[in-house]
Design a protein around this ligand. Structure first.
Ligand code: ZN
Length: 481
């Protein structure tokens, strides 16, 4: 019956015990986003962006479908070799408990010592590509100035101190945002270097190549090792995603009678409304297997009975229901309630806080609207939208609102004629018997009398000018103050 599910659904343990929506979450989103080990030759590949998990682990459960994937018996195509199996997660010891309030609302607490031992550590490689013409094909080009070459020149757009004379950073150099990643310039001396954007960094690896058309390619890969940090996203196989909320020291976790400490603590409120008892079954089954019980299949629709799982645990000398008596790590006292704990297959997803943080005081603005540009790599601003505006109004700090909406981002001024109430533009005009002067001037009244300067947001001024260009004039009533 499990074959009525798709491939990716069929390897979810106890999928028939989960709410359909959660199973869909898992196989549509989390499988795609989980960091695994996707290739056997990562050191010579030059993908634009890849993620690799350092220590992928085999899940403790199997399903009939996962069994048939890539085994010699069921090989894909004509190959006689067994396909290597790489998994996209690790078996973490997961406790279902509250932890000092740091795992509220789908956040989870992780064990810092486990992370220091390498749990969920991953490598991220981003490649930058540049091309130039071969030296040999120079003669074919008519203009020498068009030819660009790799090489180090003093650049105005970024730092070049990590570049060798050939224009590439030395292998192993640690590049930061603002550094030049590939030095490239024309014969005339103009600079075509490639600069790292804000937030990009890593250690260097270089691949040089050429094609038949006479082009030289250079690819510089930046490699970065990341350990989980606050805000990184994780998910179990049952659509239970969450972000890391706190890194707790190992000694502060509750420990069992054998000294087992959880790697991950998730909140019990994640279960009743989501209806994913499959995860609890997975943890209980995995615990039995890890404790030396027999390997059992978790195939959807043909799972071992709850009695099988509980008996397996009981035979190993554990609570039938996967609960554990624990001791408070801070006080050493026995905790009154039992805590459900067991190995659960967890995935690290690609959404990491390091790729998403943004902050800004000043930075580039759009030339037309003078608003901050919307690009995190270009110091994107934090938007104060209409809902934020409503909040500030509700709390009453109007001076703060004025500063946020006007003074800090949009302050501008324009000229208005008080006689005809029209906008007066700044123009250059000639006066009789004198030099040309530049200043505000009302073209309707043909005078400069009664022209006053008013402070307006630049956005308001811009839309007035745009309307004016469509033949719509807006009148301004102004008061002297
Ligand atoms: Zn006028």
């Amino acid at each position: 019956m499990s074959f009525l599910l798709s491939l990716s659904c069929g390897i979810i343990p106890f999928a028939n015990h989960d709410h359909a929506k959660r199973v869909l979450f898992q196989f549509q989103k989390h499988y795609q986003q989980a960091i695994g080990y996707s290739t056997t030759n990562p050191s010579i590949r030059v993908d634009t962006l890849t993620h690799n998990l350092f220590y992928p682990q085999k899940p403790l459960f199997k399903t009939v479908l996962s069994d048939s994937l890539g085994t010699p018996k069921h090989s894909i195509g004509q190959t006689s070799h067994a396909k290597h199996e790489y998994y996209n997660g690790q078996c973490a010891i997961v406790a279902v408990n509250v932890h000092l309030g740091y795992n509220q609302e789908d956040s989870l607490v992780m064990n810092r010592a486990s992370l220091e031992r390498g749990m969920f550590r991953s490598e991220h490689v981003r490649s930058y590509k540049a091309e130039v013409f071969n030296k040999e094909s120079f003669g074919k080009k008519d203009k020498a100035e068009d030819n660009t070459v790799f090489g180090k020149i003093q650049s105005k757009i970024g730092h070049v101190d990590k570049l060798d004379e050939d224009g590439f950073p030395y292998v192993g150099a640690s590049l930061q945002s603002g550094d030049i990643v590939i030095g490239k310039h024309a014969e005339s001396g103009s600079d075509y270097s490639m600069k790292l954007k804000n937030g990009e960094k890593g250690s260097v690896q270089i691949v040089l190549s050429a094609n038949d058309g006479g082009k030289n390619f250079a690819t510089v890969s930046l490699r970065q090792v990341r350990s989980p940090s606050l805000g990184d996203k994780f998910s179990s196989m049952h659509g239970q995603k969450g972000v890391l909320g706190f890194l707790e020291s190992q000694e502060n976790f509750p420990f069992t009678i054998q000294g087992i400490v959880p790697d991950v603590v998730i909140n019990p409120h994640a279960f009743p409304s989501r209806q994913t008892p499959g995860q609890l079954l997975e943890a209980a089954l995995g615990k039995g297997i890890a404790l030396g019980g027999s390997l059992k299949y978790a195939t959807p629709f043909s799972t071992p009975s709850v009695e099988d799982i509980t008996n397996q645990l009981h035979r190993c000398g554990f609570s039938r229901w996967g609960n554990e008596r624990v001791y408070n790590g801070r006080t050493g006292e026995m905790v009154e309630s039992l805590v459900f704990m067991g190995p659960t297959f967890y995935q690290k997803l690609v959404h990491m806080s390091e790729d998403k943080v943004k902050f800004r005081n000043i930075g580039p603005v759009h030339p037309l609207t003078r608003q901050p540009v919307a690009d995190r790599k270009r110091f994107d601003g934090v938007k104060v939208g209409e809902m934020e505006r409503d909040c500030i109004i509700a709390h009453g700090p109007t001076a703060n609102l004025y500063e946020r909406l006007y003074t800090l981002c949009d302050a501008s001024h324009m000229h208005v004629c008080r006689k005809c109430n029209n906008m007066a533009s700044v123009i250059q005009r000639s006066v009789p018997r004198g030099p040309k002067i530049r200043g505000p001037y009302c073209r309707f009244c043909e005078s400069v009398e009664d022209v006053v300067k008013v402070n307006v947001p630049y956005g308001a001024k811009l839309i007035c000018q745009e309307l004016f260009s469509m033949g719509i004039a807006i009148e301004f009533e102004s008061e002297l103050c």
